[in-house]
Design a protein around this ligand. Structure first.
Ligand code: 5GP
Ligand code: MG
Length: 177
């Protein structure tokens, strides 16, 4: 069974709403950086980043974080993991970091992201934004500060995200069970 969680239009509205919420709390984004988690969190993060820069008419530092080698389960896999590129072209020492991912599930990716971030300095504070928060599935005490949508998923369910790089038109997000 496939249930549509986000049409392209709703996704667009949600991106706008999340940006307004960020602006409410970060106002001019001084000392603030955005970090998307590879691979798919960065696609969502790019949408947020682009919208914010347009909305505020200013540049906001944007990086991509790969957490593959920081995962606590990375030695326990049968298949070798393919790592993605980490691109953090700034220091995050004393910066306010907004971590951005597509789906929050057990929380292990975000835990790994916080370890990975330590290589780039000690942030002043870290907030977490996710497009979809899968409720009641956490293995670690991690919660998002900004959420596109909270979804009650059972183990047999999965979120399918159809991203197109550019052009909002064909983005759709489904709940699969
Ligand atoms: P966690 O580490 O919290 O268990 O899982 C979060 C990571 O796995 C995210 O980076 C996300 O991309 C991916 N993920 C977990 N569950 C889903 C899901 O249902 N759908 C999609 N598309 N990605 C998921
Ligand atoms: Mg991911």
């Amino acid at each position: 069974m496939k249930r549509l969680l986000f049409s392209s239009d709703l996704l667009d509205l949600t991106v706008s709403r999340l940006c307004e919420q960020l602006i409410e709390n970060y106002s001019d984004f001084s000392d603030t950086v955005l970090l998307g988690i590879q691979p798919r969190g960065t696609l969502f993060a790019e949408r947020i980043h682009k919208r914010l820069e347009t909305r505020l008419n200013k540049k906001i530092p944007f990086g991509k974080l790969d957490v593959t080698f920081y995962r606590d389960d990375f030695r326990r896999r049968d298949e070798p993991l393919k790592a993605n590129m980490t691109e953090v072209p700034f220091v995050i020492e004393d910066k306010k970091v907004i971590l951005i991912d597509d789906v929050l599930y057990t929380g292990r990716t975000i835990s790994a992201a916080m370890s990975a971030m330590a290589a780039f300095g000690r942030p002043q504070k870290v907030d977490l934004m996710v497009l979809i928060d899968r409720k009641y599935t956490r293995n670690l005490p991690i919660a998002p500060n900004y959420t596109g949508k909270s979804v009650n998923t059972i183990l047999s369910e999965n979120i399918e995200v159809e991203w197109t790089q550019e052009g909002a038109k064909e983005n759709k997000i489904w709940l699969i069970s």
